[in-house]
Design a protein around this ligand. Structure first.
Ligand code: SD4
Length: 320
């Protein structure tokens, strides 16, 4: 098709888009393009929310989630709660290439990474330290505990198990969360012959409870690729999104012939039926090179920016 190959990725992460495009131009595979494109964001610390030095958890540590999916073989490699290793999507790729597993987590994922030749590095930076200490000084606003209202007279977490929250209280807790700096690179690559690959990389949610894993490393949630239909990727409140498998659903809509933009919109509205204040966006593209996106359109998040690269555009182009 005229619009192929195609690279589409979340947010205005231009260098990531350029890198993926260059890899394709140089004869790399769709998987190579996804790995290098998302990996570029890990190097650039895109928006502070991908890679090292961002989103410190409740104990101040940065941990990474990433996945990569091959839509030809339906293989997935993923890492979650990865510690002290910067190139999370690179490690995810090794999970596909060297193991029969799909998802490795935590310290053991780090050990695997070292066996694969990745160096241990400190993911803490001046920036993540200062974000963390600012949070500590603001009485540790407990973003992710149900039913815990910030109280300046109390000392910092880890928080004791609070009373069980009602559904309504959970909703209020969601609306209190800080969404700033809460992005992910998600990328879909459709090759010249319609082969699909997808991937994600993120440092997750800021001030998360240690051990928290979001949607990004989960197949069908953070991204999904199927060379017989298309690919999709998501960004936003992963704790909510991973309950709905938005990327899987977008691909299945496209398989049935739904226009990509409509597919993304349907996925977002389904989540909003349950969680009206949910924050997130989905991008998708089918094997003929049509693409689309949709976001949850909250106040303060009325527009969603994403990048598209294709032969029909003379350079990676930001779209809204
Ligand atoms: C997560 N989905 O871990 C990621 C973060 C994100 O825009 O995409 N924020 O929940």
């Amino acid at each position: 098709a005229a619009g192929l190959p195609l690279v589409i990725n979340t947010w205005a992460f231009r260098k990531a888009a350029e890198t993926a495009w260059r890899v394709l131009q140089q004869g790399g595979s769709e998987l190579d393009a996804v790995e290098r494109g998302c990996g570029q964001c890990e190097i650039d610390q895109c928006d502070g929310s991908v890679g090292y030095g961002g989103s410190p958890d409740e104990s101040g540590e940065t941990t990474l989630d990433a996945m990569i999916m091959d839509g030809n073989t339906m293989e997935v490699g993923a890492v979650a709660d990865l510690r002290r290793v910067k190139n999370a999507i690179g490690v995810a790729r090794k999970v596909i290439e060297y193991t029969k597993h799909t998802l490795l987590v935590g310290e053991s994922a780090s050990l695997f990474a070292v066996r694969m030749g990745f160096p241990y590095e400190d993911l803490t930076t001046q920036n993540s330290l200062s974000v963390y200490s600012k949070w500590l000084n603001q009485s540790c606003q407990p973003n992710y505990w149900k039913n815990v209202v910030p109280d300046s007279s109390k000392s910092c977490g880890p928080y004791k198990r609070p009373e069980k929250a009602t559904y309504k209280e959970e909703e209020e807790a969601i609306s209190r969360r800080s969404f700033h700096n809460h992005d992910t690179i998600g990328m879909v690559v459709i090759g010249a012959r319609g082969a699909v690959a997808s991937g994600t990389s993120t440092n997750g949610a800021i001030h998360k409870i240690p051990g928290r894993v979001g949607d990004s490393p989960i197949a069908g949630a953070g991204s999904y690729a199927d060379s017989t239909a298309g690919g999709a990727a998501a960004t936003g409140d992963g704790d909510i999104m991973m309950r709905f498998l938005p990327s899987y659903q977008a691909v299945e809509y496209m398989r049935r012939g739904t226009d990509p933009t409509v597919a993304c919109q349907k996925v977002i509205s389904r989540i909003q039926k349950y969680v009206p204040r949910f924050f997130g966006a989905v991008i998708c593209a089918n094997t003929t090179g049509s693409y689309g996106a949709a976001c949850s359109k909250l106040p303060g998040f009325t527009q969603f920016h994403f990048m598209v690269s294709s032969p029909l555009l003379n350079q990676p182009t930001e779209q809204v």
